[in-house]
Design a protein around this ligand. Sequence first.
Ligand code: TMP
Length: 252
Amino acid sequence: MSQGNMIYEGKAKILFEGPEDGTIIQYFKDDATAYNAQKKDSISQKGVLNNQISEHLLLALGEIGIPHHFIKRLSLREQLVQKVEIVPIEVIVRNVAAGSVCSRIGIEEGTKLPAPLIEFCLKDDALGDPVVAREHITLLDIADDEELDEILYLTNRINDFLCGLFRAIGVRLIDFKLEFGRLDGDDSYEIILADEISPDNCRLWDVKTNEKMDKDRFRRDLGGLIEAYSEIAKRLGISIELEDDSTSGDAS
Ligand code: TMP
């Protein structure tokens, strides 16, 4: 269990102070929310699966030179990461139309997009995380042009790499969400990938059947979420360790 003080509790994770300065511990909960937390549940083992899948994906991205916050996994639900100042925007990448973009611009689910579509959303629950233009982000002083160029460069590289990685295991990467942070250096700082990459924040469809293998199983009451996340882990070659039934997903 985590030792440091709690810094922040989000919908699916809790952040604790890490053992050394400049580190934090991400604790993955089993809580699932959708539609700005109007729909809520707890799905046993979800956090355990996301912790290990995200570890695998961030390490793979690190191998191709994508800077990220992951340091090491500490336990079934905890990982040690570098402390960053989160840039409060969600970067959404879409290869195929699904989810909110379908109703927003009138496009049918499953339509392959001619090129990846990158959207920015403000991380602001009170405003409902609205989609914003790059100009809104600079106007609000959330990030400057240089930072946004770096975020777009990293996002495109991440998408190229992950599309190939998932395609190789028979999965279509439909869309996903990224978050970035500023990592302090001696007299400068670097933009690095933060948060998590897991079936909670990606849409993943089986190549042959188009079966949904992601959080849409919860959003759309399809059932079988743990089976789908476990199948993603299995295809990625992760030998997933699960918690025994007597251990709860509570961080208390
Ligand atoms: P959307 O279709 O609801 O806009 O979501 C697009 C993708 O981004 C989908 O894979 C889910 C992910 N996402 C998050 O992980 N968190 C969020 O807050 C939002 C809006 C999307």
